[in-house]
Design a protein around this ligand. Structure first.
Ligand code: 48F
Length: 257
């Protein structure tokens, strides 16, 4: 006979164990879009203690919707090696262009990253960072619904040796750091440069070079890297996002060594 209270107890116990294990991390990733998931995969594969937080119910960020809700994405030649690492192969379209089903791609990124050891917490938003010795040293977290509803409920905190802002176009973590601490970032202006209009080829290249440590302890990737460092947008071509996640993981691993 199924016991309803046993079901509740199982969920509560297991969740609390999982969340408690994420309170002192090597790397905390904010945002479960393509760059955050790929970074999480490589960091977990390297044996690091890494968790990813996304305030939404579903992980995947902007990939699910393909281009304008047509659920196909494009990956160019440069991204093919990362796709292969995830066991994904695009269908050749014209030379150098591959297409993939966006739902299959998202599900695969999530699956492989978790299989490598990435902990994922959906429904948890990140409101702020912890500062120690003029360095980002952790995250201030709360239930995703709390910020959506605008309730004032005090958050909880976790430590991380590095934080990756993979929050997409709004670069929420770098923004909160600048807004609250008034710090100078490692960007051309020292502030958030802001995202530029569409220029796919340039955007794809610069997404990778913009992936870097912008303040001690804080890296940026994906569209957050472009928003912080002044990159262009590229729309539904995803090679740059995958490569940005890989680059973020490699740079963070150097920092952790
Ligand atoms: O925007 P998003 O997919 O991040 P990305 O890795 O990829 C961008 C592309 O999907 C696409 C594009 C490529 O052509 O332009 O947009 O840069 O995903 C960002 C995720 O971060 C979550 C948000 O719910 C989304 O799933 N997020 C944003 N702010 C927070 C957050 C926050 N403060 N706390 C938790 N999650």
């Amino acid at each position: 006979m199924l016991n309803e209270v046993t079901i509740s107890t199982a969920i509560i116990n297991r969740y609390m164990t999982k969340l408690t294990s994420a309170l002192d991390l090597d790397v905390a990733i904010v945002g479960g879009g393509p760059s955050g998931l790929v970074a999480g995969y490589y960091l977990a594969k390297a044996g690091r203690k890494v968790a990813l937080f996304d305030r939404k119910l579903s992980i995947g960020g902007g990939i699910w919707g393909g281009g304008m809700m047509f659920n196909e994405i494009v990956v160019q030649e440069a991204g093919a090696a990362v796709l292969a690492e995830f066991g994904l192969a695009g269908s050749p379209f014209e030379p150098g262009y591959y297409t993939l089903d966006s739902v299959y791609t998202t599900a695969t990124l999530v699956h492989k990253a978790m299989a490598a050891g990435l902990l994922i917490f959906n429904l948890i938003g990140v409101d702020d960072v912890v500062i120690k010795d003029e360095r980002v040293a952790g995250l201030v977290i709360n239930w995703g619904a709390v910020s959506t509803l605008g309730w004032h409920i005090d958050p909880l905190t976790l430590f991380a040796r590095y934080v990756l802002d993979a929050t997409g176009h709004d670069a929420e973590i770098a923004s909160v750091l600048v807004r609250k601490m008034g710090v100078r970032l490692n960007t051309e202006t020292g502030g958030l440069v802001g995202e530029k209009s569409m220029a796919a080829e340039r955007a794809e290249r610069e997404t990778v070079t913009n992936t870097r440590e912008v303040y001690p302890g804080l890296f940026v990737s994906g569209m957050a890297a472009n928003a912080v460092c002044g990159g262009y947008r590229m729309g539904p071509v995803f090679g740059g996002m995958l490569l940005s996640g890989k680059r973020a993981a490699e740079s963070i691993l150097e920092g952790l060594a």
